[in-house]
Design a protein around this ligand. Structure first.
Ligand code: SF4
Length: 747
């Protein structure tokens, strides 16, 4: 079979997704992975961010630590530097790996438990010391907590842990305030009692004196003496009611109840703040709002009473009308936040339909939403898939609600974004954390790699949005941790041995097609091409996408993959997949702009300023040249570096060669090329008449490749009014009278 015929089969596959003939092999069952993942086949051998320790003991309780960082810290503390500590380091690093193996095998538990389980597995018959050393080190660990791997359940566990940490800190501050006020109010009541008739009675006096002296005193006689002229109650009735009422509210509130009351009969039961749906959380918040207002009112009254600043005539009326409408954001921020972990399959359920309303209302709710499937069926029955726009746009939409702290990330990147997540939980008001943990995908890849593939390929980019970080988008929005954020696709060096066993290092892009390759459901969009049928028409998918669609010709896009023997393969893609990739890239471009990368406004402004600067420079040169000519009578005439470019001339050459300025025909169409900021408007109207020179500035090729109407419309669309349409070349073109009148403005 000749080259053309083979190429035809590949083209047929590209156009239709149909594998016909030889050399376009099905990939089902081949176990192909994106080539750059070849080195990650065994994650237990790598030291990376996972597993994580959800620290709940020790000085950093409530935080996250990677197992590797815990091990590094221990080694730094106990292993002598240099060769002396080498043996110890080896033992501990082997133990770290063993814990990874245990987790990969389905084990779980706290760090201390896993450490103890892994230790005997490392005991070698010839080296019994290892077990003893590792057991000894375990006792030195400063922290402990559940250890979690990067599986599908991990995001909810990790975010719940961070939320609990934030609530714990809030509870501490809240309890400090409440306890202080309870003591103050109790002191006021106690002092009033002591100075009252009841407080000066024989029984009260007896009770206030130490046991050893009780029998030596006549408390009845003492009471008669000291209780003379004592008021029945030092506190006016209204004040007593107010203080006792505030005290009762503070002691019985259920937001952060007093843990010391837990063993008393009938202690105040804490409210629940964790939910699995938005409707229940919003309902609970609204139902408790009057109780919350009562507590705020009690705190305010207690503060005034404690300072002796309560003035009945001034404060009574205010507190008589105090209810939830009087609450400020500062008041609400004292209380617990609600956490809603929406189960992955319930994001679209009716009970979560009000999520955006809840977030935009600024309720103190933090919502974890897990993107379920980034690739969705485009429509029922077509068998085609589409890029899951809804999932990807959810977090982006939330950034426009105002006041919502947003974090979007793949689960593989959650540890790297732990500080931002902690900030989201510390944020006053609503927060949304959207995580993709590899759900929906079918294949052999571990969830960590599936999630990492989604983020690397721009299918699920990471970003954060802190609404109060500053008064501009640059301060608020960050394209967090996406690799090479300025590029369409990240590129990494990929090393392999070629057919002659020579080492080759190739810069390999990771596109959305690589991500789709990880999902067995879409294997039909790929075809493996055996090495003997590789040809020049096959080009990398990123290069195919970068080309102008009109000039892509017969090129067939491919991605590099490896099979289970790590043999390099080329896998071609069909046109539908390339459409998805292009769409994904469009979304990525929009996100880049939000993050200040390739911002179109900034680029147009820059080009405009550059054009202005060049024009001023040209003018200056022109003046200098004119002055030189004037002082040299033999010179031929004026010259200009940036003479206007007439239709059909070569503008780049004009700039370089400094020709004599031509006498311009006013009827001829032309562009002030040097001032063009490359906005593309003219090319959108006719890309044959308007072309860019090598400086990406527009010039006119041949007016006869278009109509006079297009010239006039381009002049009107041009952002800097540098297109001059001249006179029409075709006297028979319809509507010329009107067009000539419109062109007058651009003479
Ligand atoms: S419309 Fe004007 S500014 Fe935009 S590319 Fe064309 S000539 Fe340049």
């Amino acid at each position: 079979m000749d080259m053309a015929a083979r190429h035809h089969e590949q083209r047929l596959f590209f156009s239709t997704g149909t594998r016909h003939g030889e050399g376009v092999d099905a990939i089902e069952g081949l176990g192909l992975w994106p080539a750059v993942f070849a080195r990650y086949r065994d994650l237990t051998r790598l030291r990376y961010d996972f597993p994580l320790v959800l620290v709940d003991r020790g000085p950093v309780a409530g935080t996250l630590r990677s197992l590797s960082s815990v091990v590094d810290e221990v080694l730094q503390e106990i292993a002598p530097r240099g060769i002396g500590g080498e043996r110890l380091r080896k033992h501990v690093l082997r133990l770290e790996r063993e814990i990874r193996v245990l987790l990969a095998g389905g084990s779980g538990g706290r760090l201390a438990e896993l450490w103890a389980e892994a230790t005997p597995r490392l005991a070698a018959p010839g080296d019994p010391s290892a077990e003893g050393v590792l057991t000894h080190i375990a006792e030195k660990l400063q922290l402990d907590g559940e250890v979690v791997d990067c599986d599908r359940a991990m995001p909810a566990r990790v975010l719940t842990h961070l939320w609990e940490g934030a609530q714990h800190r809030k509870a501490k501050a809240f309890r400090t305030t409440i306890d202080r006020l309870v003591i103050k109010l109790s002191d006021i009541l106690r002092a009033a009692f002591i100075h009252s008739q009841a407080g000066q009675g024989a029984d009260a006096l007896r009770a206030s004196l130490g046991g050893g002296h009780r029998d030596t005193f006549d408390f009845n006689a003492m009471s008669r003496l000291v209780a003379r002229n004592v008021p029945k109650d030092e506190l006016p009735a209204a004040r007593r009611r107010r203080i006792e009422g505030a005290l009762a509210v503070l002691q019985s509130q259920r937001f952060f109840p007093d843990p010391r009351l837990a063993d008393r009969p009938d202690p105040p039961e804490s409210y629940a703040f964790r939910y699995d749906n938005c409707a229940a959380a919003a309902a609970a918040y609204r139902e408790r709002l009057p109780r919350l207002a009562e507590v705020v009112k009690a705190i305010s009254i207690a503060e005034l009473e404690a300072d002796g600043a309560y003035v009945d005539t001034r404060h009574d009326a205010f507190f008589a009308n105090f209810d939830e409408r009087a609450l400020s954001a500062d008041d609400i921020a004292l209380f617990p936040d609600y956490l809603v972990c929406v189960p992955p399959d319930r994001a679209d359920a009716p009970e979560n339909a009000g999520m955006m309303d809840m977030l935009s209302a600024g309720l103190p709710v933090k919502v974890l939403i897990e993107a379920t499937d980034l690739l969705e069926e485009a429509s029922v029955g077509t068998g085609h898939f589409a890029f899951g726009v809804r999932q990807v746009r959810l977090a982006n939409t939330a950034t426009g609600l105002g006041g919502v702290f947003v974090v979007q990330t793949a689960s593989s990147n959650l540890y790297a974004l732990r500080e931002r997540c902690a900030q989201a939980f510390a944020h006053r008001g609503a927060g949304l954390v959207s995580v993709y943990a590899g759900a929906g995908a079918v294949g052999e890849l571990p969830p960590y790699l599936t999630a990492a593939a989604a983020m690397e390929s721009r299918a699920f980019p990471a970003f954060t949005y802190d609404p109060y970080a500053g008064d501009n988008q640059a301060a608020r929005f960050a394209l967090a941790d996406n690799p090479q954020p300025e590029a369409d696709w990240p590129v990494t060096p990929f090393e392999y041995a070629d057919e002659t066993l020579q080492r080759v290092i190739e810069e390999t892009p990771f596109t959305v097609a690589d991500f789709v390759l990880c999902d067995a459901r879409y294997a039909g969009h790929f075809a493996r091409v055996p090495r003997e049928r590789w040809n020049d028409a096959m080009i990398p998918a990123d290069e195919w996408l970068a080309r102008d669609p009109k000039s892509v010709g017969d090129a067939i896009p491919y991605v590099l993959a490896v099979d289970p023997d790590n043999t390099l393969q080329r896998v071609i893609l069909d046109t539908r997949l390339m459409q998805i990739a292009a769409r994904c890239r469009t979304f990525w471009h929009r996100l880049q702009e939000q993050g200040g990368v390739h911002n179109s406004h900034a680029e147009i402004l820059l080009a405009r300023e550059k054009a202005k600067w060049e024009q001023a420079r040209a003018k200056e040169l022109e003046n200098l040249t004119a002055a030189a000519v004037a002082s040299a009578p033999a010179a031929a005439g004026p010259v200009a570096e940036t003479a206007p470019v007439a239709a059909g001339s070569a503008p780049a050459a004009a700039a370089d060669a400094v020709p004599a300025a031509p006498e311009r025909n006013p009827d001829e169409a032309w562009i002030e090329t040097a001032r063009c900021p490359s906005c593309n408007e003219c090319q959108n109207i006719n890309d044959k008449v308007f072309k860019y020179n090598e400086n990406k500035q527009a010039y006119i090729t041949d007016v006869k490749l278009g109509t006079y109407r297009q010239l006039v419309e381009a002049a009107e669309a041009c952002q800097v009014s540098i297109i001059h349409p001249g006179k029409p070349w075709n006297p028979n073109e319809p509507g010329l009278e009107e067009l000539i009148a419109r062109a007058e403005a651009f003479k």
